[in-house]
Design a protein around this ligand. Structure first.
Ligand SMILES: Cc1cc2nc3c(=O)[nH]c(=O)nc-3n(C[C@H](O)[C@H](O)[C@H](O)COP(=O)(O)OP(=O)(O)OC[C@H]3O[C@@H](n4cnc5c(N)ncnc54)[C@H](O)[C@@H]3O)c2cc1C
Length: 420
């Protein structure tokens, strides 16, 4: 067989592509990952590293469109819509607006919860069985912290009650209980929601460990191989063309995160996705660090502590494919942390980072076979939850490509819902 041929060619070496590679290798397939940079250099690098069965609720709900539209006037709003629209972003916003109703909210939440819960179990098992060195902590959970009773009441209705229904544990706490649990918080906490089954890890290390496992099991990762085009034949992709040569595969898996629509276009696929830009600041550890991962809900700042550091992250900005750091938004992260934490920053700033979340219009990932191309599979659109959902995505893709029955119902994730 030609050395440039594999059973499965995986486009994109982020946490999703690598997790799929690992599961496919376990099933006996040969895989080659084509990555334009280095493994995990995209959104998988500087994210908050929380593993969150708690995050079943999507953003889209009644009232959210107004929040998004008003944000156009505030460049430091946690959810920010840049008012300079292009065609694809406007289409995405209109699609998002259509999902801002309770029926779609429930539908998306159910789909997200199923894959999140499965993935949480698989991810813990993988890290323990393979002894992955990624600062995984599963004993401390994740704590939502509230300084306003109105936000707490909203979340009680649309977040906690939802989790109760899905069987995901959530504990309601008073302000005093939260402050006693986390002395790193400033006083004035009005209440908390604690998610004991959430976990955390250092995402860059997790991805590095996945890449190591993939290579150890015989997978090939082509670094610096930017996919530029395809050679196709009616309904099949015959060849993938990259800056490092041409490759063939019986199957092609698109796991390009936020870049997926750009390459999808070359295959005539209009993926309903936009990059949702987020930022993070990583420091050496302050003396008074929170023990648990925290979300400071009003400021929408996520705080993650590891042995090796301390990260403030989040914010969601829709500015198309605009690259680079934005000071206004980094300062908003700092201010948000300072409102909630006694020591909001560590002694040394190690990294300022931005990344593009692959936001699908219905906030449910797009996983499964393409209806247009007979040998194309998709694993993209994981939005704010790609690390959390990565293990079950890999398992699902491997089952689908080998004709096995998936461990959970794949229908809600099917690309066919968008005619892809
Ligand atoms: C601030 C922030 C905080 C977050 N926090 C969390 C969290 O706490 N928990 C969680 O679960 N998720 C979190 N996320 C979301 C998570 O980071 C993403 O959902 C996840 O990383 C997506 O993984 P991916 O593999 O699909 O995409 P990526 O990691 O972006 O991978 C796509 C890869 O494709 C490559 N690529 C692109 N174009 C080409 C091309 N033409 N040829 C070859 N390769 C190409 C890129 O270089 C990249 O490596 C956060 C995101 C942000 C921005």
């Amino acid at each position: 067989m030609d050395a440039s041929h594999s059973d499965v060619l995986i486009l994109g070496g982020g946490v999703v592509g690598l997790s799929c590679a690992l599961h496919l290798l376990k099933g006996g397939a040969s895989v080659r990952v084509l990555e334009q940079g280095t493994p995990g250099c995209g959104s998988s690098h500087g994210n908050c590293g929380t593993i969150t069965p708690s995050h079943a609720a999507p953003l889209a709900m009644p009232g959210m469109l107004g929040v998004a539209l008003r944000s156009m006037l505030r460049a430091d709003a946690p959810l920010y819509l840049n008012p300079r629209f292009d065609g694809p972003r406007l289409r995405w916003l209109l699609g998002f607006a259509r999902h801002c109703n309770w029926r779609d909210f429930q539908h998306a939440a159910q789909a997200r919860s199923a894959i999140l819960q499965r993935s949480r179990r698989l991810l813990g098992d993988l890290i323990r069985d393979e002894q992955l060195d990624c600062e995984f902590v599963e004993s401390d959970g994740l704590l939502y912290v509230y300084r306003s009773t109105s936000k707490l009441a909203d979340d009680e209705r649309h977040h906690a009650e939802l989790l109760d229904r899905f069987g995901v544990p959530v504990e309601r706490l008073s302000g005093e209980q939260v402050e006693a649990m986390e002395p790193a918080l400033k006083p004035g906490v009005k209440g908390g929601l604690f998610h004991p089954e959430d976990a955390r890890l250092r995402p860059d290390r997790y991805v590095a460990e996945l890449a190591r496992l993939v290579r150890e099991r015989g997978g090939v990762i082509e670094i610096g191989a930017r996919v530029e085009g395809f050679k196709t034949n009616e309904h099949r992709i015959d060849q993938v063309n990259t800056t490092r040569g041409d490759f063939t595969g019986d199957r092609v898996l698109m796991a390009l995160g936020a870049w997926s629509p750009l390459l999808g276009q070359r295959l005539g696929l209009r993926l309903p996705m936009q990059p949702g830009k987020g930022y993070s600041l990583t420091y050496t550890r302050p003396t008074r660090v929170p023990r648990r991962a925290l979300v400071l809900r009003e400021a929408a700042v996520c705080v993650t502590t590891w042995e090796s550091g301390f990260r403030l992250g989040s914010t969601m900005e829709f500015s198309g494919y605009a690259e680079g750091l934005n000071r206004t938004r980094l300062d908003a992260l700092r201010r948000g942390a300072a409102e909630g934490l006694r020591e909001p920053e560590g002694p040394q700033l190690q990294e300022e980072w931005w990344g593009w979340r692959p936001m699908s219009v219905d906030e449910v990932p797009i996983i499964g076979p393409s209806t247009r191309w007979s040998n194309l599979h998709l694993a993209t659109g994981h939005g704010m939850l790609g690390v959390s959902m990565s293990a079950a995505t890999g398992e699902l893709v491997a089952a689908q490509l080998s004709g096995k029955t998936p461990a959970f119902d794949p229908a809600p994730y099917a690309p066919a819902r968008f005619g892809l």
